[in-house]
Design a protein around this ligand. Structure first.
Ligand code: PMP
Length: 419
């Protein structure tokens, strides 16, 4: 047989012909860095466990009641009774999972419901649900731009956008963060003929700053490029219908593809792309991160559909979220903290610190006082910054915001971050 022939061809002499290499050796520096941090007596900021979650803004961490100010639960939908009921009903009716790809047996009624809800929410003709937002970027970018074509992206783009570029075969060109001029210059240097995709984000998640999408889209169109905007951090509360920064800047009909996620304002997990392109459905036939992975569980897509339908009219929540963002931004600024943006431009407010030691000390002091914020550091952050990222929720109460400001004040003074 063939296997017999192969066995004869393999030498059974055990003496090695090449030195053994431990592939895990490359992590030694990371392991040592983490150990040094832990040896300095701090809690590991990247190993927090929520023992209990009581509401969108409160959890028990390490036995302590804690205000959550680091989640992406912008609209506080995770405990919405209608959302929970939809999840229960789907779990009961369809079971716990799909056991397959969207392409095969993994499309259930509620995947279609979620896509219908997205089409209505965005007023677009096409919607495709992916298993995460990460995979939506990975899939859309790698599938849209092929060999010989170009992806032009902001230097501060999210990792999923970079990974979408790495997975595809297009040429990659970066432009300076939020620089319309640099985008224009770089597009101008490219050959005229090949297809081009400009990838932008409505809100950049580390500093909470927004893109000048209006100018950028105009520049992209001038150079014949299509535009994809990742609106992960603006869905639900930016623009008259909560569609995102592109809607707020009057760009309906000008952005070819909008990427989003269920893991933030929607309050569950999953990702999507919406588009008016007449051939959009063809993505399902060619996109590897859509085809070669299991689809979302029915309870997840059912909660997503229910949540999206409610977000469409959640005007009071939007207002409360913006009021919270203004209150926290104004309060922290008045206390002398250095912030990622001059004005409250989004639901993310980044407090910039000098270095890792200061960031970790501040983060831990806040946690021990009952406040959880995100510690963020390079490579996730731009230009080597260490920051504490606060993300607000529509359900934070004025009392909670006041408490957050008092805790920042106390910790900031104790550690010499503010005078
Ligand atoms: N895009 C952006 C801008 C993000 O910040 C994130 C997640 N933080 C994603 C995409 C990925 O979303 P998901 O969590 O659904 O994978």
């Amino acid at each position: 047989t063939e296997t017999g022939l192969q066995a004869e061809a393999v030498s059974l002499d055990p003496s090695p012909v090449a030195p053994e290499r431990d592939l895990m050796g490359k992590f030694d520096r990371l392991i040592a860095e983490r150990q040094a941090l832990l040896d300095s007596g701090v809690i590991d900021p990247f190993a927090i466990v929520m023992d209990e979650v009581r509401s969108p803004t409160e959890a028990v961490i390490g036995g302590r009641e804690t205000i959550l100010l680091g989640t992406y639960n912008y609209m506080g939908m995770t405990f919405d009774p209608d959302v929970i009921a939809a999840g229960h009903a789907a779990l009961d009716a369809f079971g716990s999972g799909t056991n397959g790809s969207r392409m095969l047996n993994g499309t259930f009624r509620d995947h279609m419901e979620a896509e219908d809800a997205l089409r209505d929410f965005y007023g677009m003709s096409g919607a495709i649900v992916f298993s995460t937002g990460y995979m939506a970027n990975l899939g859309m970018i790698s599938t849209l731009a092929a060999k010989g074509e170009y992806v032009i992206l902001d230097a501060d783009s999210h990792a999923s956008i970079y990974d979408g570029c790495a997975q595809g075969n297009a040429e990659i060109v970066r432009f300076r963060h939020n620089s319309v001029e640099d985008l224009d210059k770089r597009l101008g240097r490219l050959p005229r003929e090949p297809g081009k995709l400009v990838v932008l984000e409505g809100v950049y998640s580390m500093l909470g700053d927004i893109a000048p999408l209006k100018e950028m889209v105009a520049v992209a169109k001038k150079h014949g490029a299509m535009v994809l905007s990742d609106e992960a951090h603006s869905m639900g509360f930016y623009g008259p219908n909560g569609r995102g920064v592109y809607e707020a800047q009057g760009l309906e009909g000008q952005v070819d593809f909008v990427i989003g996620t269920f893991s933030k304002s929607v309050g569950t997990v999953g990702g999507f792309c919406v588009s008016n392109h007449p051939k959009f459905e063809a993505i399902r036939l060619a996109c590897r991160p859509y085809i070669f992975t299991a689809s979302l569980p029915p309870s997840v897509v059912a909660t997503a559909a229910a949540s999206i339908r409610k977000l469409a009219t959640a005007h009071d929540k939007r207002e409360r979220l913006w009021a919270n963002a203004r209150a926290l931004h104004g309060g922290l600024k008045a206390k002398g903290f250095r912030l990622g943006t001059d004005t409250p431009d989004s639901a993310i407010i980044a407090v910039i610190l000098d270095d890792q030691v200061q960031a970790v000390a501040m983060w831990q002091a806040l946690l021990e006082a009952g406040l959880y914020v995100n510690m963020a550091r390079p490579p996730a952050t731009p230009a080597g910054t260490f920051l504490l990222r606060c993300s607000l929720c529509a359900e934070h109460t004025p009392d909670q915001i006041a408490r957050v400001l008092a805790l920042f004040d106390e910790a900031g003074r104790a550690l010499g971050v503010i005078a």
